[in-house]
Ligand binder design. Structure first.
Ligand SMILES: Cc1cc2nc3c(=O)[nH]c(=O)nc-3n(C[C@H](O)[C@H](O)[C@H](O)COP(=O)(O)O)c2cc1C
Ligand code: SF4
Length: 433
């Protein structure tokens, strides 16, 4: 039986998130005090690097290396950005932290600023997250009143300020360079990289961008040490992961476990099994840009490297689907999402998503041909190879996955005009998109 281990979510439901005293009573601001009274910026970067922490925004980039890049890049002004856009469908882990323990992010941002040499931080919070914005703004005010934020923090020579920036509902603004453009007041379109934000970020200055969950690990690592953290999880992916589970399971919500849990364990232990009358058909893991996982991959341990075996961990969203899911319809919904959310800057993504969705519509309506499947494969390849940013590069994943794992079901729509799940447009049911 897998048990929860709470680091990121350790104070959720235990403290009153609106009271700084509660946070302080639960080891709050201890890590900041430790850093400012006995560690150099290089020491802090070293601890984060040795801990093995990797970015929880989806890609798993080693956090210590990113901190080191920013710390070593000269710049009159550097910035720390906390990415709290959290627009990946089905993902709500960052919201839970911001609403339930906002001071841990305030504290981590200050520590990150000290480590990389930044004096200004921004948090970019998803526009729909009104309560997160309110709680976080309140936490900033309290931290300032208590000497943890502003000038001469804890009577040291270190100054740091944090600004809250609200998103406005665009998925692409979670991509770090589009987010930076958005803070600068421009249209949220990803930049061409390199250069990366570590050298040319906000206002063209060295900028550290980290996800909420990434930062939520920082204070515990500073307090307990790199070795403690590194011993948790799998060899390539240290620490815990917060997962959100929903769909056809008995219990929906979130849980935090050491890296390496399999989908089967997640469903059985935290989803409390498949819902009555439901048989597992597939799971969408890691959100829209993740993977569609068939039953034979249920036992793959999930971490940042499990994508090689066909299971993307990504943001940790686990959508569990049963026998009533049509894979053609599911792919149509996902491609529609990417079509709508594409910023339109580059052709492969702007046109490719639209073309793929049109082809899938035809297949679902019974007018598809076998040539369509070749075209879908080609579009998926072009999206991956030629798109400017991660949105386009991952948009072809559902196409790849349905054609790899569920090809006979897709072909049945073309050859025998049959929807095996009995739910898509050709079966007389209303189309989802
Ligand atoms: C289309 C798209 C959307 C993204 N959305 C988010 C998001 O909502 N939150 C997030 O932290 N990272 C998101 N990312 C990843 C960020 O670009 C970036 O890698 C991340 O914030 C870095 O933080 P980390 O190293 O702590 O993971 C997104 C990337 C892409 C391509
Ligand atoms: S891949 Fe899509 S979202 Fe990314 S820059 Fe190109 S058009 Fe915009």
């Amino acid at each position: 039986m897998i048990a929860e281990q709470r680091i990121v979510t350790e104070r959720l439901g235990i403290i009153d998130p609106q009271k700084i005293e509660d946070y302080i009573d639960h080891h709050g601001y201890e890590a900041l005090r430790k850093v400012l009274t006995g560690m150099s910026p290089a020491d802090v970067v070293d601890v984060i690097e040795r801990s093995g922490l990797r970015g929880r925004g989806g890609a798993g980039f080693p956090t210590g290396i990113k901190w080191k890049y920013v710390s070593k890049t000269p710049g009159d002004q550097k910035y720390v950005i906390c990415n709290a856009d959290e627009s990946e469908p089905g993902t709500f882990k960052d919201r839970l932290v911001l609403e339930g323990d906002p001071h841990t992010i305030v504290e981590a941002m200050i520590i990150a600023g000290y480590a990389v040499g930044a004096s200004v931080g921004y948090i970019y919070i998803r526009g729909e997250y009104g309560l997160s914005q309110k709680r976080f703004s309140h936490a900033i005010r309290q931290a300032r009143q208590n000497g943890y934020l502003g000038e001469h923090i804890l009577k040291s020579d270190f100054n740091f300020e944090i600004h809250v920036h609200s998103g406005a509902g665009a998925y692409i603004c979670g991509e770090e360079t589009a987010l930076i453009e958005s803070i600068e007041g421009k249209r949220g379109e990803p930049r061409t990289r390199p250069p990366y934000p570590t050298t040319n970020g906000l206002w063209n200055m060295p900028t550290l961008v980290n996800n909420v969950e990434t930062l939520a690990n920082v204070t515990a690592i500073i307090r307990n040490g790199a070795e403690w953290y590194h011993a948790i999880g799998t060899p390539s992916s240290a620490g815990t992961k917060v997962f959100t589970i929903f769909g056809k399971v008995n219990s929906r919500g979130f849980f935090e476990v050491p890296m390496g849990i399999s989908l089967r364990q997640a469903i059985d232990t935290f989803g409390k099994g498949m819902a009555s009358g439901s048989t597992f058909k597939l799971a969408q893991t890691g959100g829209s840009s993740g993977s569609l996982v068939p039953p034979d991959l249920l036992d793959i341990p999930m971490d940042f490297d499990s994508f090689k075996a066909g299971v993307v961990m990504g943001s940790g969203a686990l959508l569990i689907c049963d026998q009533n899911t049509c894979v053609v319809d599911l792919a149509r919904v996902l491609l529609n999402f990417f079509r709508v959310e594409s910023c339109g800057k580059c052709n492969p993504c702007r046109i490719g998503n639209m073309r793929a969705q049109t082809i899938l519509n035809g297949i679902a309506q019974g007018i598809g041909t076998m040539k369509d499947l070749e075209n879908l494969e080609m579009i998926g390849r072009y999206l991956y190879e030629m798109s400017n940013c991660g949105l386009g590069q991952t948009a072809g994943s559902p196409l790849r996955d349905i054609l790899t794992h569920f090809r006979p079901e897709v072909e049945a729509h073309i050859i025998s005009k049959d929807c095996l799940a009995g739910v898509c447009a050709m079966s007389g049911q209303p189309a989802l998109v």
